[in-house]
Design a protein around this ligand. Structure first.
Ligand SMILES: [Zn+2]
Length: 279
């Protein structure tokens, strides 16, 4: 009798486990979203860890092994993951591959869509719909969780707007190392002057540096932002020749390491740094 009870329990556990969707995520933002929406019904592997540069990441054999048994693969898309073909191959068509960024509005050549809160809300809807498609019986649960998370994002966006309002309009100018704050600028009313290109490796020539220096002087920009990584020599030259100070590190390419490993912490950190430095 006792043995029978244990067997039943094991069977119940196996069933519950079978119901959990296995998710492989290659974006720190999407990892948070799918954990929020999926709760206990998903088993998520975040292959790109907070604090890691997604422009530089390539999946290892161990990553691909996990992908091969996943139900869903999440990527930022917009050309960020040059290795997406490898994921497709590893999965052999068994998983739903969600190229989330490609379903969002805006220019297709800038991958940094997560600096728009509205885009994170849209991505939440995309993830909710996919989980519901694969587990129709759990649709109500996923919808409720997505709605609760979206409410928190709305409060966050409200906080950003209040904080940005502390800055006079003519001070809302962002000089960053690589071109990653375009979506943020459009959503919250800034202009951006990136020093490098869309990836960290895309480094500027002396002509570009001279242009940036002229812009900073002409517009009276008080600070520039070096983000978490990068070209200290160019930054140093610019600050020396313009008198602008370094406004601190911004999290540009996804969530930072603990304790900045949440969407909310990323925005609060970035926006506080930006507003305090440009005031
Ligand atoms: Zn980037």
């Amino acid at each position: 009798m006792k043995l029978f009870g244990i067997l039943l329990l094991l069977l119940a556990c196996a069933r519950a486990d079978e119901a959990r969707l296995r998710v492989s995520s290659f974006s720190t933002i999407l990892t948070e979203i799918v954990r929020e929406v999926g709760g206990g019904k998903v088993e998520v592997t975040g292959h790109v860890k907070p604090g890691v540069d997604p422009h530089e990441f390539t999946p290892t054999a161990a990553d691909l092994k996990i992908v091969s048994s996943s139900d869903i693969i999440l990527v930022s898309a917009r050309h960020l993951e040059g290795y997406v073909g490898k994921l497709r191959e590893a999965s052999g068509g068994k998983a739903a591959l969600l190229e989330v960024g490609d379903q969002l509005p805006g220019a297709a050549d800038d991958p940094h869509w997560w600096h728009s809160v509205a885009n994170i809300e849209r991505a939440t809807g995309i993830v909710r719909d996919e989980l519901s498609r694969l587990r129709p019986g759990l649709r109500a649960e996923f919808s409720a969780k997505a709605a609760a998370y979206t409410d928190r994002l709305e409060s966050l966006a409200k906080w950003v707007r209040v904080k940005v309002a502390e800055l006079p309009r003519d001070r809302r100018k962002l000089v960053t190392n690589h071109d990653s704050f375009g979506y943020f600028a459009r959503e919250f009313g800034f202009t951006v002057h990136p020093i490098a290109g869309l990836t960290q490796n895309d480094q500027p020539g002396s002509k570009k540096v001279a242009q940036i220096i002229a812009t900073i002087r002409a517009q009276g920009v008080k600070a520039i932002f070096s983000e978490d990584i990068e070209n200290p020599k160019v930054i140093e030259q610019i600050t020396r020749e313009t008198g602008a100070k370094i406004g601190g590190k911004l999290f540009s390419d996804g969530l930072g390491a603990e304790p900045n490993d949440t969407v909310e912490a990323m925005f609060r950190h970035n926006v506080t740094k930006i507003v305090e430095a440009l005031k």
